[in-house]
Ligand binder design. Structure first.
Ligand SMILES: [Zn+2]
Length: 350
């Protein structure tokens, strides 16, 4: 199974200094992939197919963002950068890096849809899933996955894309983009209540998109077992009913127990299990077509191990490396079954 990895040092040109979302996230991940021989420096026999991203065009960005907004990001970068909101900063290289981040997700779509690879992982930054039509927020400039999903619908003969977002934060920008659309089903697990405040169970879409947004808000402290149940009991039947022709994943790894930005308790093995479930669904429903796009993940060791484990699962390895291990085993949360029942009832799942 050929797995594509999209990466380019251009992503380091989005220079955020000591901000928690910084270039070390990618350099640490690349170092880990080299160390584990997923990227082989010495031979051409790398287990991964390395792909160079292209820049997204402004027309491609405009499928999601207002032209005025795109210009604002460009102009601010050209003037030397600055703060766009209390969390989100740009530098002179940010606009270019952001074009290549969206373009990297598009490159991944092309490689998968043209059968160059079975699945692909766009190791990009700045991240994207909080960015809305008009607004940068939560470290995000352009909504990479939403732009790439729009590109896939416009350029290939498909009309149903499932986006699975397991970043610990709700992807409000992605949800907004497709809230009134039935061509893209947006499924998110996220800590709740938490930043950015959206993603309650009853946000289910509107007009033509009613029922095509599925939010599974999770309480702080839940971990591997709860996520696995949500993916098996909610995501799997939703996916089978929707019959996606492509599965895209907002792959954020900030739900790891060691990540300080949030309070979920997933382990590297837990992330690997979620990826396995997504992979099984994609093989059953859409010829194994999967496009992963990096979102958050701020503990460098947890992030790099989790990306390596994801790539291992995608290429068919059964064993992954999880030296950080799991947090102490705890009892199933009280009322968890009732919660799952509520989500299933909301979406008319048996
Ligand atoms: Zn996040």
């Amino acid at each position: 199974m050929r797995v594509g990895l999209i990466y380019d040092p251009v992503y380091l040109e989005h220079d955020t200094g000591t901000h928690v979302e910084n270039g070390q996230r990618l350099t640490a991940t690349i170092a880990r992939l080299e160390e584990t021989d997923l990227i082989s420096k010495l031979t051409l026999l790398s287990p991964l197919t390395l792909l160079s991203p292209r820049a997204a065009t402004t027309t491609e960005l405009a499928a999601v963002h207002a032209p005025e907004y795109i210009n604002r990001i460009k102009n601010q970068s050209e003037r030397g950068g600055g703060w766009l909101d209390p969390d989100t900063v740009t530098s002179p290289g940010s606009y270019n890096a952001a074009l290549y981040a969206a373009g990297g997700a598009i490159t991944a779509v092309d490689a998968v849809m043209n059968r160059q690879v079975s699945s692909a992982f766009a190791l990009v930054r700045p991240p994207g899933h909080h960015a809305t039509c008009w607004q940068a927020m939560g470290f995000c400039l352009f909504n990479n996955i939403a732009i790439a999903a729009k590109y896939a619908l416009a350029n290939f003969d498909i009309e149903r894309i499932l986006i699975v977002d397991f970043d610990v934060h709700h992807g409000n920008g992605t949800q907004d983009t497709f809230y009134a659309e039935r061509h893209v089903l947006y499924f998110s697990t996220h800590e709740y209540p938490f930043y950015p405040g959206t993603g309650s169970i009853d946000e289910t879409g509107t007009r033509n998109g009613e029922g095509f947004t599925v939010n599974v808000p999770l309480l702080a402290g839940w971990g591997d077992d709860e996520y696995q149940m949500v993916f098996e009991d909610v995501l799997a039947p939703i996916a089978k009913r929707f019959e996606p022709q492509l599965i895209m994943v907002s792959a954020g790894y900030d739900a790891h127990w060691a990540d300080n930005l949030a309070s979920m308790q997933l382990s590297v093995s837990g992330f690997a299990r979620l990826v396995e479930i997504i992979k099984t669904l994609s093989e059953m429903l859409c010829k194994g077509r999967m496009v992963f796009v990096l979102e958050g993940g701020y503990h460098l060791e947890a992030l790099s191990l989790s990306v390596a484990a994801t790539l291992d699962i995608l290429r068919g390895e059964r064993k992954i490396s999880d030296p950080l291990g799991r947090q102490k085993i705890k009892a199933k949360p009280v009322n968890f079954d009732h919660f799952i029942g509520m989500v299933k009832e909301m979406h008319e799942l048996r």
